[in-house]
Every structure is written in structure tokens, then in C-alpha cells.
Design a protein around this ligand. Structure first.
Ligand code: CTP
Length: 413
């Protein structure tokens, strides 16, 4: 399945600067994924980069001309030669140099401009991302570290290299991160001017687990995907995101602060803590309403020769949104509270009552009786209710798009 387009990157102009490192093969994948995400990717290769792969490789994955020469802009009728370096930089939303060699870092730090990439970097006024990649010794060298500090102080976004084994066989820090991480950093850099820049958003995800004994628990069918999509959408809007989650097997959106919890009580405590200074809380988690009254200290065993089964006595869990409502009445935080409602009947009536009872600003109501919406599927069909009595139905769409619609509403409140 091809990845879903990324709204933040759609029709955005990305210049990918590629320099001479064995890690250029990862840049090919990055160029491909950026293109699939909807970005218009112009690749600039240095001479050294062309020793590893040809421009045709990048041209094939981006479907656009690749620039290699300061004096010739081959294949580009849109960009006459004499303004290629300025033209490339000017209309661009982000300039990402990945991999960036020690030599390129040094040139950028000192403002040298002797090839198309270094000239473009000087001319560009968009955010500059740099992903250094080199042997560990070169990366740790004071000259390289000083250059990195210079660039960082000047506002460049430096991506920390990974540790691991190099092509040389040596082990250390200096490997180019994998594509998902590079893509995540590009998203974070582009989100800095988003509608939620400077805002703190707390998001909960997944179904809680209520222990029966040390190996068993009661849970529900929530996958956590809607919550994770909300976290990514909030990050794409520039928010500082705390993701409180019961889920262990979904990739964490890069940049989110993660708090791992299990039970409704743990989620309750983590939410109240995180909300003390939050601008918004979005409660997408499916919280258990009941838990076993007692948790057996040892695994509950069958009795030999008996068909007996234990009877579980249940008790109510705390309603987290009601606790948030009480805390908010005292402190004013979180400034905005969004709930979710999973209903199998009388969607709007039940949802409206829930919004009022829980003191919510927005409520995302979800009809779980539909087979193409709700738990365990990639799509959702929701209605967004607001405290003023409004109801906005959204058509059937992916959980990513639902998340973006909810975040847009949060930003507009
Ligand atoms: N919620 C909560 N604490 C609970 C249960 C639910 O904060 N103990 C939150 C959910 O995260 C969601 C909203 O309340 O944002 C509505 O959840 P839902 O399960 O639809 O409603 P309940 O309050 O549990 O009511 P019911 O199950 O009776 O419909």
C-alpha cells in the first residue's frame, strides 16, 4: 500500500541537497517518499554525490530535473542558468541537506559558495535542515562540532546522526537516520509556523487495560490509530504534543513526548498531570468504565477435576473528563477540552448529552455501528459537536484526515 499523502507537504517545494557520502542511497528513498507524500522535490547533487549515484536515479523517483552544475541548469526551462541558484532557493519551502558531509558542513558554516548547493544554501531564505553523515571520528572532530554549533546558532535545524556500524567497519556516531526519522524532522521544521505553534496539546490514545491477575486483563477494541493520527496532525500544526498512550505497537510520531500507561487510573493520573499547563486536551482514548474490583496477586488457576470458573466482580473507574472538568474549574487549564464519543445508537442525542455532562468544548461523535468507521479500521465517519450547539458532519475519510479536521477546529477555537 502506498503511503497516504501528507497534507503539510502537499505541493510544497522541497530542495533536497545531496552530498558525497555512502548514505546517498537513503537520500534516494527520502526523495521517493517525499514525492509520494505530495511534495515537489528538486534535488541538487554535489560532484562527490555523483560518484555514488547518478542524477538519473533521483530524477526517476522525483519526476523532476536534478541540478548538478552551477553553470548549467539542464532540463529546466523554468529556471534560466544565470538565476538557477537564486530561483531554486527563492520559491522553496524547505532546504534539506541529507546526507551532509563534513566538507559541506564546513563550507556552509563559513559561507563558502563554490557549487550549486552551497550557493543555493546562501541564497535561500527558507528553513535549512542538515543531516550530517560521516565516520564517527570525523563527526566528533572539534572542527566539525564547531561548524555544527555555528550553523545551529544561525538557526539551522541539525538532525542528530544515529550510532552504529559504518561502511568502514568502524562503530560510532555519524550514520544518517532512516527515512521515517528524516521525514519526521522535515515535518517538524516545516510545522514551526503552523496554527498551533507555541501551544501545548495533550492527546490520549488506545484502550485501557484493567488487570485481572498478573497475566490477564480486560480491554477493548480501540487500536489507538485515531489518537496517533491526532498527535501527528497536532505536530504538523506546530504544537508541542504529549501523547499519553496504552498502545505499544504503533510508530510514535517524531517529536511527540510519550507517556506510556496501562490502566484507566494510570491514564487518569497522567492526564491530570499533563493538563496542568496545557492549551488543549483531546481525549481519544477508549477508557474502561469498569475494572475488576480486586486484582489477584497470582495467576488464577483452574481447579483439577472441576468446571468452576471464577466470577469477576467489577467496579467503576473514575471518569477522567469529569476530573479534568473539576481541575479546570480551579486552574483554567486545559483551556480547551475535546472528547470523543463512541455510540452505537442515537448518536447525536447521546453525544450532545455527553458534551454537556463532561463540560467539553468540542466532541467528536463516532457511530461505531457502521462497518467502515470506528474501531480497527483505517477510516472514520464523525460529527463534530460544539458547546454552542453546532454540529458539523464530516464525510467518510481516513483517520489521518479526521485528525486534521479536528486539529483545524481546535486551532480555530
Ligand atoms: N472517558 C473518560 N473517562 C472514562 C470514560 C470515558 O474520560 N472513565 C472519555 C473518553 O476518552 C471520551 C469520552 O469520555 O473522550 C466519552 O467516552 P465514551 O466511552 O463514549 O463515554 P462514557 O462516558 O464511557 O459513557 P458510555 O460508555 O456510558 O456511553
Amino acid at each position: 500500500m502506498s503511503p497516504e499523502p501528507i497534507t503539510l507537504l502537499h505541493n510544497k517545494r522541497v530542495i533536497l541537497g545531496v552530498t558525497g557520502s555512502i548514505a546517498v542511497y537513503k537520500a534516494v528513498d527520502l526523495a521517493s517518499k517525499l514525492t509520494q507524500a505530495g511534495a515537489l522535490v528538486d534535488v541538487i547533487m554535489t560532484q562527490a554525490a555523483q560518484q555514488f549515484v547518478t542524477p538519473l536515479t533521483f530524477q526517476s523517483v522525483t519526476g523532476r530535473p536534478v541540478y548538478t552544475d552551477l553553470w548549467r541548469a539542464e532540463g529546466s526551462s523554468a529556471l534560466p542558468t544565470h538565476i538557477a541558484h537564486v530561483g531554486l532557493g527563492e520559491g522553496t519551502d524547505v532546504l534539506a541537506i541529507a546526507p551532509a558531509t563534513a566538507n559541506t558542513l564546513a563550507k556552509l558554516a563559513h559561507g563558502l559558495a563554490d557549487d550549486l548547493l552551497s550557493v543555493t544554501a546562501l541564497a535561500a531564505r527558507c528553513p535549512l535542515l542538515i543531516a550530517p553523515a560521516m565516520d564517527g571520528g570525523m563527526y566528533q572532530h572539534p572542527a566539525t562540532q564547531t561548524n555544527i554549533e555555528t550553523l545551529r546558532a544561525r538557526g539551522a535545524y541539525l538532525i542528530e546522526p544515529d550510532e552504529g556500524r559504518f561502511a568502514s567497519g568502524l562503530v560510532g556516531k555519524g550514520r544518517l537516520p532512516e527515512t521515517p526519522a528524516l521525514l519526521g524532522h522535515i515535518r517538524l521544521a516545516m510545522a514551526q509556523t503552523g496554527a498551533l505553534a507555541g501551544k501545548r496539546v495533550v492527546i490520549t490514545a488506545g484502550g485501557t487495560r484493567e488487570a485481572i491477575d498478573p497475566v490477564r486483563y480486560i480491554s477493548n477494541r480501540s487500536s489507538g490509530r485515531q489518537g496517533y493520527a491526532l498527535a501527528q496532525a497536532a505536530l504538523d500544526a506546530g504544537a508541542a504534543v504529549t501523547l499519553i498512550t496504552t498502545v505499544r505497537d504503533l510508530p510514535i510520531p517524531l517529536g511527540a513526548r510519550v507517556v506510556a500507561v496501562g490502566s484507566a487510573q494510570e491514564l487518569h493520573d497522567a492526564v491530570l498531570e499533563a493538563c496542568r499547563d496545557a492549551d488543549a486536551l483531546i481525549m481519544a482514548a477508549a477508557v474502561a468504565d469498569f475494572r475488576p474490583k480486586t486484582v489477584a496477586a497470582q495467576k488464577i488457576k483452574k481447579r483439577e477435576g472441576s468446571d468452576d470458573a471464577p466470577t469477576l466482580e467489577l467496579t467503576r473507574t473514575a471518569d477522567i473528563l469529569l476530573s479534568v472538568k473539576a481541575a479546570r474549574a480551579q486552574s483554567g487549564f486545559p483551556r480547551l477540552v475535546v472528547g470523543f464519543a463512541a455510540e452505537s445508537q442515537d448518536l447525536l442525542t447521546n453525544a450532545r448529552a455527553k458534551l454537556e455532562r463532561k463540560g467539553l468544548d468540542l466532541l467528536v461523535a463516532n457511530d461505531i455501528s457502521a462497518t467502515d468507521a470506528g474501531f480497527e479500521v483505517g477510516t472514520n465517519r464523525v460529527v463534530i459537536l460544539d458547546a454552542a450547539g453546532g454540529a458539523t458532519p464530516l464525510e467518510l475519510m481516513s483517520k489521518t484526515r479526521v485528525a486534521e479536521a479536528v486539529i483545524a477546529r481546535v486551532a480555530a477555537e
